[in-house]
Design a protein around this ligand. Structure first.
Ligand SMILES: [Zn+2]
Ligand SMILES: [Zn+2]
Length: 147
């Protein structure tokens, strides 16, 4: 019996990208950047979904190539803080907050952080995919995603 013509898709092969999100799911109806309060970002999406993130989480989820590489090498999920070396425990470090948030076209927000980093362009699509609401976290857990 020949197995020719049967292709077994192995899990170590590159997986197709996640399905594109419906347009309403990645179009914000309302965006609140609570820069003055220093709390975080809230988005009401056109499909009625609500997301919010604190600034520390967003800083650690910076989608720029450098931060992405760095996270991949250290095996951190977006938003997961870097482990701090023991010796730095006593040092004061200002909590991440944006000094400037600017819209990029109509598809993203660019954050300039108080540590000087400003390479990250947070697209609506990215933000929706990293939604931290209970329903999305539960769904991510079912899929085995780290968040
Ligand atoms: Zn970055
Ligand atoms: Zn959600």
């Amino acid at each position: 019996m020949s197995h020719e013509g049967i292709r077994i898709v192995r899990s170590d092969q590159p997986q197709p990208e996640e399905l594109p999100l419906p347009i309403e799911a990645r179009t914000p109806a309302k965006v609140r950047v609570k820069k003055t309060e220093g709390t975080g970002v809230e988005i009401d999406w056109k499909d009625g979904h609500h997301s919010q993130w604190n600034f520390a989480w967003l800083r650690n989820a910076c989608p720029c190539a450098t931060c992405n590489d760095e996270r991949e090498k250290s095996g951190r999920a977006p938003g997961e803080p870097k482990p701090k070396p023991q010796t730095l425990l006593m040092m004061y470090e200002a909590p991440p907050r944006p000094v400037e948030v600017t819209p990029v076209g109509n598809y993203a927000l660019r954050f300039k952080w108080n540590d000087g980093h400003e390479a990250g362009i947070y697209s609506w699509e990215y933000l929706r995919r990293v939604c931290r609401c209970e329903a999305c976290l539960a769904a991510a857990e079912r899929k085995g995603d780290l968040r």
